[in-house]
Design a protein around this ligand. Structure first.
Ligand code: FES
Length: 161
């Protein structure tokens, strides 16, 4: 016959009030939470890539680029065309021209040069005329040009079809 001697101060793992069981539960919750956070950190970017957010301006063919009187003759401004920059130019004779502001060489943002009356890319000294044609420097292709419509006081720019 064996005699079991129990120590009342000794921890009993099956007793829900036992400190070791509480520590184990705490460790399990901590590990579970960490695993869940790690899984979310991996899955969320993948889901955002596969299901991009809806943007109201994506795919838009026409945007408000400026207001009449905003540009003096022989000046230009950058405007937002969807997610990309566009360049609105008012020529010295007062005509409006619009084109993509993304250089066709290495995608720097171009700007209007008042002194040259041309569109200039500062990255590698690329030059375009006011019709978007690449005229000097490394740009291999013309800039995409847009149609300009003045409606009342607003200047709209539209993609050419
Ligand atoms: S990026 Fe414009 S000239 Fe190189």
């Amino acid at each position: 016959m064996t005699l079991a001697i129990t120590d009342p101060d000794r921890e009993n793992p099956s007793d829900p009030r036992s400190p070791s069981l509480a520590r184990r539960r705490f460790a399990e919750i901590l590990l579970g939470t960490g695993f869940l956070a790690t899984a979310v950190a991996f899955v969320y970017p993948v889901l955002r890539y596969l299901i991009p957010p809806k943007a109201s301006d994506l795919g838009s063919d026409s945007v408000l680029a400026g207001r009449v009187g905003e540009l003096k003759p022989n000046s230009g401004k950058i405007f937002r065309f969807g997610s990309r920059p566009g360049l609105l130019v008012r020529t010295a004779s007062g005509e409006y021209r619009a084109m993509s502001a993304i250089c066709t060489h290495l995608s720097c943002t171009v700007q209007y040069r008042q002194d040259l009356h041309e569109v200039w890319c500062a990255c590698h000294n690329g030059l375009y005329d006011l019709n978007g044609r690449n005229i000097s420097g490394p740009p291999p292709r013309p800039l995409e040009t847009f149609e300009v419509q003045v409606r009342g006081e607003d200047i709209y720019v539209r993609r050419l079809k």
